[in-house]
Structure formats: structure tokens, C-alpha cells
Ligand binder design. Sequence first.
Ligand code: KG4
Ligand code: ZN
Length: 336
Amino acid sequence: MKDFYTMGIETSCDESSVSILKNEREVLVNLISSQIDIHKEFGGVVPEIASRKHLEAINPLIDKALKDANISYDDLDLIAVTKGPGLIGALLVGISAAKGLSLATGKDLIGVNHMQGHICANYLSNPSLRPPFVTLVVSGGHTYLCVVKDYTHYEVVGKTRDDAAGESFDKIARSIGLGYPGGPKIDKLSKIGNPKAIDFPRVMLEKDSYDFSFSGLKTAVLNYINNSKQKNEEIVKEDVAASFQQAVIDVLVEKSMRLMDETGYKDFAISGGVAANSTLRETLKEKCEQKGINFYYPSNILCTDNAAMIAMAGYLNYREGEKSDNYLKVYPNLEL
Ligand code: KG4
Ligand code: ZN
């Protein structure tokens, strides 16, 4: 049988990425051009700059991806592109490139939900993983606890009512002067801090709820920092980082494991940028081992934004008969 090639295109935030996926799970190329060095001067992503940088990067990345995969436009079978959620101008660059390519080559086009992409990154790193399983998706803009029923159906059981997990990492990092993006910096600094030094709140919401809320924790950390300042006391940054991180992890782990107990599934996977967090992974690995649950996570590069996960999700949806036409729009607030 002829090989099937999917090109993935991702431009929803501050990473321009193009990938080539061969058949179901073989990533031939996953090029990522990060804008972090530009945005970090501003303490966060500047949407207008992001769009401009995607525009400069996207066409050269498409050419390079085909060259590195040693295939031509003719060999492509499908073009999968992130349609949302994300920054509207940034998404538009990827969608326009994908539409242009589809029109010029006659190849099929499919718009992909970025959050489904994050979940599908797990298939690329874990060849044996198959639905059904439970997944915790923790990115910069979203937090979901959901059951993956099959390759294209997801049942969201819980989500954040305010800040996303990654967002809280970024905000706290900024407040203690670590810069952007905060997650990896808090992860690193926490290793030399005491997670029990400060008792920050673990917001569990109603007894049976699988929803999350991280804005109260953020306020508690900011109050702690301000109170220390007023008293002219120097904060111990590593202890603040470690205690904050532990509070987030305790909530994520507790709710995830409760859902595993309640549903009885034997496979659990995490995804999204925060899934790269080393302490979160260690804790979940240990808890899952105790319960006899298989624990999965994507490699670090597949946790944060990349086009391979978009190609993977696009391929799975296309296989089920879905495709987009040239009227494909962007959906900045798309939910899972
Ligand atoms: O999934 P992602 O790359 O982009 C979105 O779709 O939002 O996630 C980015 C988020 C940022 O908030 C970043 O601080 C966080 O993931 N992150 C981490 C780590 N690496 C990235 N958070 C905690 N620990 C990490 N090691
Ligand atoms: Zn993402």
C-alpha cells in the first residue's frame, strides 16, 4: 500500500512549526521555530509580533520540512492545520498558508483543534497507547480532565473555571522575577526549594467536582510576596516557587487519581506544556504505579506546541471521514 503523508502546520501562539507524519505514527520531521527570545523581552507573548514572525517563518519551514523528509508536494496526502484555540492573527497565518498549499496542490485540508493535538502527542511518544484512557491536558491557556473514548471522541469531565495551570506558572514566575515562559523556570528553581515552606491553598471546589480553579492560589502567592515586601522581608524565591508548584500539583494529582478510581480505566496520560514539569511527572508516575495504572506522557518537545501533534490529530480525524474546505475559519476560543 502507498504510504500516507500528512503535513502538520501549527502557528497558534509563539511557535511556528511544520511537520511531516508518515502513515499513522511515524514523525519524519518536526521543525519548530520558537519566538521565545523575542517575546521574553516583553514578559509574555505580544500577539502582533507573533503574527509577523509566523509570516516570516512559515513558508521557509514548509519548504525545509519537505526537503528534510525527502518528499515533494506531490507525495503529500493531507494538510492539517491548527484552527484554534489561539491568537487570532497567529492562527490566520497558519490557516492561510495551509489553504494556499491545498489550493495549489489539490491536496485535502483539515482544520485541527490544538487541544486535541496536545492529547494526540501521546500517540507519537507511546506507540502502544490506544483509547480508551483518561487524560489531563495542562497547557498555557487550558486545563482539561477528560476521557478519550476513541481516537476522535472526548468527554470533558472537568476544566478550569478561571486561570489555566500553565498561566498560573507564568504569572507567578513573573512576580518573582523569573521571566517568560515561567513553567520551565519554576520547575528548575523548585528543585532547590522547600515545597512545604509556605502553606498555599489547594482549591478543590465542590466535593465531587473535577473542575479546577487556580486564581485563588495565584492571589495567595501574590499576597504573600506583597506582605513580605511591606515587612521589608526578603522572600526566598526557591521556596515560593516550590511551595506554589506543589500546591498546583497536589490539586492536579488528586483530581486525576480520583477520576481514575471512579472510572476504573487502567491508562492515564498527561499532555500540554505543563506535562513537561518534572515534579508533576514524578508524582503521577509514583501514584499510578501504586494503583497499577499505566502512566504515559509525551517527550518534552511534544509536550509544548509543535506541528507533529497537529498532523497526528488531523490524520485520525481524516481517517474517520472529516475534512475541511477552503472556507476553513479560525476559532480563537475553540474548546475541546
Ligand atoms: O501547551 P503549551 O506549549 O502552549 C499552549 O497551548 O498554551 O503550554 C505552554 C505552557 C506555558 O504556560 C509554560 O509555562 C508551561 O506550558 N510549561 C511548563 C513547563 N514547560 C512549559 N510548566 C511547568 N513546568 C514545565 N517544565
Ligand atoms: Zn499548546
